[in-house]
Design a protein around this ligand. Structure first.
Ligand SMILES: [Zn+2]
Ligand SMILES: [Zn+2]
Length: 433
């Protein structure tokens, strides 16, 4: 493993790394140990005999090792150490490294870091071909991450469309739509007042009177989603009041109110925590869902609340604790059945010591789900879940389970993601039991 990291570093000294690199390519080292005990080392772009005058910069480390260094036939049964997850797609007709490893009939692949680039993800292909998989030790993983920080950052940049959006949408029966995968939460910008349909004025007035009797007349101003603009950095909204939203829902419409929420992870107890909605809520009673609550507009013109504030306030109300965010990733999901727009924060954790403070509210209960029961909870009780809640958890797994311990993030999360998607996707006939 260390030898492979050394090779990655050597690539850095040949080609530069980080912002100084010729291109923001990852530094990748690869070591092949054949059954005879011979060791072959390479890195991305390594020049071998016969490469004089050739530009090798885009030769993947695995390619160079398997095609140029290891003698014919010696691949079979070999162990391959690679600092980055092998790729599954290359530009043009080039064979991907995952396919190459499968064709070479290697026995075992030890991976340093999972590739956030969507052309990575060779792990499932290797697993399907019954190649043994293992991962580098955590210290080395950290070192690889540091070596590749610039590359990783460039791949984590915000995007309004990623190839996996449609995979998750299909798994959720196309009842949800993913609007963006963002590095930070968008800013909220009010663009006007919601045009409430006049034909619903009568039922609205009725709701207002009932609200006065029950709650003394106080009504929250909430936000109706208009658009995600400026590359995902701004959400434009119109404001309306909660009773207008309620009236629209009762009339069978799908107002797109904006919610902020989070997946809550406790690494110490090895669980995630979700919300069971109270039996008397108007929408999706009794169902499991992520913690998420309506974005409240504070003033007429500017909202003094950020989406992260809304998320933390909601978590405090519904679970009694506020998660800590060491890293954040924000994904926006639209529930097409209901209209909810959920701005979900990933990477929130709570320490062991806060677990006993978790408590439900009038709105619902806190339900722990141990990591090893996530698949069962979703696949065996799909109808117990709000569909967008399932989507949030698939996204969390797809992002590599931010907040979870590294053993879970590297190995279990990709497997769970694959299993759950397969189970839920209607066209798929092979279902894991
Ligand atoms: Zn490759
Ligand atoms: Zn709430």
């Amino acid at each position: 493993m260390e030898l492979a990291v050394q090779q990655a570093r050597e690539q850095g000294s040949c080609y530069g790394s980080g912002e100084n690199a010729i291109r923001p390519n990852p530094l990748v080292g690869c070591v092949v140990v054949t059954p005879k005990g011979n060791v072959y080392t390479s890195y991305r772009g390594k020049k071998c005999d016969g490469d004089e005058g050739r530009n090798c910069a885009n030769d993947h480390a695995e390619y160079t090792a398997l095609e140029k260094l290891v003698p014919q036939g010696e691949h079979v049964g070999a162990t391959v150490f690679t600092t980055l997850e092998p790729c599954t797609r290359r530009e043009g007709n080039a064979v991907s490294c995952a396919d190459r490893l499968v064709d070479a009939k290697v026995k075992r692949v030890v991976i340093g870091y999972l590739d956030p680039d969507d052309r990575g993800h060779g792990i499932s292909k290797l697993a399907d071909a019954n190649i043994e998989l293992a991962f580098f030790e955590p210290d080395l993983m950290n070192e690889i991450r540091k070596l590749n920080q610039h590359f990783l950052d460039s791949r984590l940049a915000s995007s309004l469309c990623r190839p996996w959006f449609s995979e998750i949408e299909r798994a959720c029966g196309n009842k949800i739509k993913i609007l963006g995968d963002l590095a930070t939460a968008p800013k909220m910008k009010r663009v006007g007042k919601y045009a409430f349909p006049p034909e619903l004025n009568e039922p609205y007035e009725k709701n207002v009177r009932r609200n006065e009797e029950q709650w003394g007349g106080w009504i929250e101003q909430i936000a109706e989603f208009k658009s995600l603009t400026q590359g995902g950095s701004v959400i434009e909204y119109e404001d309306y009041d909660y009773l207008q939203w309620k009236t629209l829902r009762e009339a069978g419409r799908k107002p797109r109110a904006i919610y902020a929420g989070a997946i809550v992870v406790c690494a110490d107890t090895g669980s995630i925590y979700v919300h069971r909605r109270a039996p008397d809520v108007a929408t999706e009673p009794n169902k499991l869902h992520s913690f998420a609550g309506g974005f409240i507009v504070a003033h007429q013109n500017i909202s003094d609340e950020t989406l992260l504030h809304a998320c933390l306030r909601e978590l405090q109300e519904e679970s009694g604790v506020q998660p800590q965010f060491a890293e954040t990733r924000v994904v926006i999901v639209e529930n097409l059945d209901i209209g909810w727009i959920d701005v979900m924060f990933f990477g929130g954790t709570i320490p062991d010591s806060h677990v006993q403070r978790l408590k439900g509210s009038r709105e619902g209960q806190v339900v722990p789900i141990p990591f090893d029961e996530i698949e069962k909870s979703i696949c065996h009780n799909k109808d117990n879940w709000v569909i967008s809640g399932i989507a949030h958890h698939l996204i969390w797994l797809k992002l590599g389970a931010p907040g979870a311990p590294s053993w879970f993030r590297q190995k279990n999360a990709p497997m769970l993601y694959k299993n759950i998607c397969q189970w839920l996707t209607p066209s798929e006939s092979s279902r894991p039991s």
